[in-house]
Design a protein around this ligand. Structure first.
Ligand code: PMP
Length: 365
């Protein structure tokens, strides 16, 4: 440690969160879309950026973008908060509603950034294990909430890295029972058949004024996966207006650049193309799952754009390394608690999936 000021204790203990960025012929490790966004969007964005007033600060509340997202989900613009990727959305949310002296509850194994960002803000993190099927166990979550009395509960549906969709009844019951906020991270939401946004709709959607038991619900989404825009860095949450106001207070002034706001507004004009891409990925996921089913690996059903698998009777890290040597990069979870021996592969193009399956068959031999 050479810095004059030591790292804050929390950070030193947490370490950094990194997904390996190395050159590989087939990159299936970070759940990106294998397809680029539509050409027409790219042209429209180039034109809009060409005309933008770059000598002025951007709209601090991203009003047009928030309105467009609100229209997409049938809520009010005051119920939408946008930031640079859903990770920054979560960071603003926890700066506003987390912090020292407060507690988060996560159901492991889940997205590592949830406890990580909670810890960064100084929150204490309580952990409950998922059931054998890697979904939240309907028999154990009530006691976990009772015990930890969390200010913020993190759900992730479909869950990264397991791919499992949570039971809608369980999510609704947790929203009802939790004393504080319930964050449902739906980074992969459009790949699945159910969204927690329907809980808001059921309770009155745009007309809702709160006080009906769902005012703690926070649904987080991203443009990185289903919108094929990971490079644009744009995510958002849908929640009650008071929660959104808290996030806006916590965000830095003008945090969302002119070009990011334009990218989002214009993307929403290409919803059909996005849906088409999601459809293609969902079909390729079935191809991938079937291919994995023919190999000596354990897998779990996925509602997302990736599949978790565990090579049987093989050193998983060795399999990961053999895949990389063969030009295929997947995510190595083999030493992560509760995911021992597991790897995760992102759904690619049919050709990339074939390459992966061939390389995996060879690595398992
Ligand atoms: N939530 C989940 C569950 C994720 O898997 C990811 C990306 N790995 C994110 C949030 C963050 O996505 P982004 O910051 O690109 O919006």
């Amino acid at each position: 440690m050479s810095a004059r000021v030591p790292l804050r204790g929390q950070l030193a203990a947490l370490g950094a969160y990194h997904s390996l960025q190395v050159d590989a012929e087939v990159r299936l490790n970070t759940n990106e879309s294998p397809y680029p966004p539509p050409d027409a969007w790219r042209r429209a964005l180039a034109e809009a950026v060409g005309d933008a007033d770059f000598h002025r600060y951007p709209d601090r509340d991203a009003t047009e973008l928030s309105r467009a997202i609100a229209a997409l989900h049938g809520v009010r613009a005051e119920e939408v908060f946008c930031a640079n990727g859903s990770n920054e959305v979560l960071q603003c949310l926890l700066v506003a509603f987390g912090g020292a002296g407060r507690r988060a509850l996560v159901f492991e194994p889940t997205y590592a950034l949830h406890p990580h960002i909670a810890g960064l803000t100084g929150m204490e993190v309580a952990t409950e294990l998922r059931g054998d099927d890697l979904r939240i166990d309907p028999d154990t979550w009530p006691a976990a909430i009772e015990r930890s009395h969390p200010d913020v509960v993190f759900l992730c549906s479909p869950n990264n890295p397991t791919g499992r969709l949570e039971d809608p009844g369980v999510v609704a019951a947790i929203v009802d029972a939790a004393p504080g906020l319930v964050v449902v991270d739906e980074a992969y939401g459009q790949f699945s058949s159910w969204s927690a946004l329907t809980l808001r709709d059921l309770s009155g959607g745009a007309e809702k004024t709160g006080g009906d038991g769902t005012e703690g619900l926070v649904v987080v989404r991203t443009f990185s996966k289903t919108w094929a825009m990971a490079g644009a860095r744009l995510g958002y949450l849908v929640a009650d207006a008071e929660v959104v106001a808290g996030c806006r207070a916590a965000a830095l002034p003008y945090h969302l650049s002119v070009q990011t706001q334009l990218a989002g507004v214009l993307a929403l004009r290409y919803e059909d193309e996005m849906t088409e891409r999601v459809q293609k990925v969902a079909e390729a996921r079935a191809q991938l799952a079937q291919g994995l089913g023919e190999l000596d690996v354990e897998t779990w059903p996925s509602d997302a754009n990736f599949v978790l698998f565990r090579p049987r009777g093989k050193d998983a890290h060795g399999v990961w390394a053999a895949l990389l040597a063969d030009g295929v990069l997947v995510r190595d979870f083999s030493t992560r608690a509760h995911l021992e021996g597991c790897l995760r592969v992102t759904v690619g193009t049919p050709k990339e999936n074939e390459r992966f399956l061939e390389a995996l068959a060879a690595a398992l031999r």
